[in-house]
Design a protein around this ligand. Structure first.
Ligand SMILES: [Zn+2]
Length: 191
């Protein structure tokens, strides 16, 4: 059956599996049509610092120790975007030794990172972010976080997933010593 399907003229199953807007699974530049990336980041928490998560200030007694504003999931998202195109990592592009980035709003880092992605001819299909934090509960902030990330990336909020979990009181996140975040992105070559 598969042999017959392969020889099916235009409109058959082969066409149905092609990405939208292209004739081939590779672009003219020879780049892959789709690229996937993942990112991971950790920050220690300390009392008296602001807790910024996906661009939203979360009310809490602790915040991230960081050279920037310590927005852990946005850093993971930057690494996922860079990783998808094998462009290195956030530390390479925005070194934490640089005064330029001291206290910087991580939305700026994300915007600059996505600029590199777009300059390479790629557009975000979707992003999925998981935040690991014992407390406080951030469910009330999730929709606002999705909107902030979508606005920075200029995409629909439906393309941005933000999820939160605890580590069941285990490990450094469970002891409320830190926050970690994972991000996965899919990019589409749009040129
Ligand atoms: Zn970070």
């Amino acid at each position: 059956m598969m042999e017959n399907r392969k020889t099916t003229p235009s409109g058959g199953i082969k066409s149905a599996l092609k990405p939208p807007g292209t004739d081939e699974t590779k672009s003219k530049a020879g780049r892959a049509q789709y690229r996937v990336g993942n990112g991971y980041d950790v920050h220690a928490l300390a009392k008296g610092l602001p807790l910024i998560i996906c661009g939203v200030k979360v009310e809490h007694s602790k915040g991230c120790i960081a050279h920037s504003d310590g927005d852990t999931p946005l850093h993971a998202l930057c690494d996922a975007l860079l990783g998808a195109l094998a462009l290195g990592d956030i530390g390479k592009h925005f070194p934490d030794k640089s005064e330029e980035f001291r206290g910087i709003d991580s939305k700026v880092l994300l915007s600059r990172t996505y600029g590199m992605v777009k300059d390479s001819g790629y557009t975000l299909v979707n992003a999925d972010i998981t935040i690991v934090l014992q407390s406080p509960k951030i469910a009330p902030y999730i929709d606002q976080m999705r909107e902030v990330v979508a606005s920075v990336l200029g995409c629909d909020v439906s393309c941005i997933s933000v999820k939160a979990t605890t580590s069941e009181n285990l490990g450094f996140t469970g002891r409320e010593e830190g926050i970690s975040a994972f991000a996965t992105v899919l990019l589409f070559h749009s040129i």
